[in-house]
Design a protein around this ligand. Sequence first.
Ligand code: NAD
Ligand code: TDX
Length: 339
Amino acid sequence: MNIIVTGGAGFIGGNFIHYVIKKHPDDRIVCLDKLTYAGNLSTLAPVMESSAFRFVRADICDREAVYRLFEEEYPDVVVNFAAESHVDRSIEDPGVFLQTNIMGTATLMDACRKYGIRRYHQVSTDEVYGDLPLDRPDLFFTEETPIHTSSPYSSSKASADLLALAYHRTYGLPVTISRCSNNYGPYHFPEKLIPLMIANALNDKPLPVYGQGLNVRDWLYVEDHCRAVDLIIREGKDGEVYNVGGHNEMRNIDIVKLICRELGKSESLITYVADRKGHDMRYAIDPAKIHRELGWLPETSFADGIRKTIRWYLENREWWETIISGEYRNYYENMYGNR
Ligand code: NAD
Ligand code: TDX
């Protein structure tokens, strides 16, 4: 298969490329990525010289560049990971989220219509369902849960999902959508909770917990997500949505304390800061459909996954230290300086 992976220089897309190249050595992968602040070519260094891999720097909103790539590659499958992905940034400045996450998705799907495609896969998120109350642990997001977004980020992702389903119904485009819970693992950009806490703890810096740290997220090791997407593009049904998650709910404060323990750091580094605006309380995925229809189950427990992740950050300091020594400093000062 010839697969275009957009956003492959980012966290999940990069892990997906490593996964597919190892699992399906006969496939060819073309990574299309704009290399925004979140894209890192060093994430792709291990595959850059592989004959099964090509990297193209371009914006998914750039119709001319996208169409040119389709004319060169005639892909069988497009997997769209490219997005602005950080909720806090979307609260500060929604515009680029609407542009990339909505218009970029439409541009990619227009190219698929024009040149033909076996499958267009949209990588979405559980955040499109909004949040669940903390006092109803019996409730989970299913594929039938109504869309009910909270942030500009989740609204832009939900818009893209609706467009993808509309392209399926109106034009018969062979679309699938996956809605996954919070990922963690190697190559995770240190603006997100887990890598930020690991990097700050290793540097003995304050660990900024929003509100009281009671919000719950449903964590999945990134390789399990990659395996789910890989299964969906090969065996999933056109027009279907698949929820992906591993029933691993944790409160933010418990994750931060666990990271302190694993790194031998004092919990006195924990600093409670102003809450995120519109902060979703709890996410929890019901993955029954993907289990039933595609036989997918998570393979990495949180206990193993978090240890592997921490070890990766210890062994790959250069990867994240380069990031936090650059433009990231201004971001950090703006976001956390007066919080
Ligand atoms: P990320 O921010 O780490 O990476 C995004 C990548 O997309 C970067 O390489 C960036 O350069 C690229 N990109 C951004 N705008 C682009 C554009 N206009 N054109 C081309 N490339 C562009 O994101 P991530 O955490 O890897 O998330 C990947 C996808 O998975 C996103 O669609 C996100 O909504 C979704 N998702 C993420 C999580 C999570 O926990 N991280 C969970 C569920 C779903
Ligand atoms: O410094 C912090 N302190 C803190 O308490 C940060 C960065 C986060 N938090 C809290 C906010 C959330 O409750 O931790 C939780 C996780 O925050 P993020 O890592 O920003 O993730 P979240 O907002 O849950 O969104 C993530 O999961 C769904 C991804 O970034 C999205 O792209 C994905 O769709």
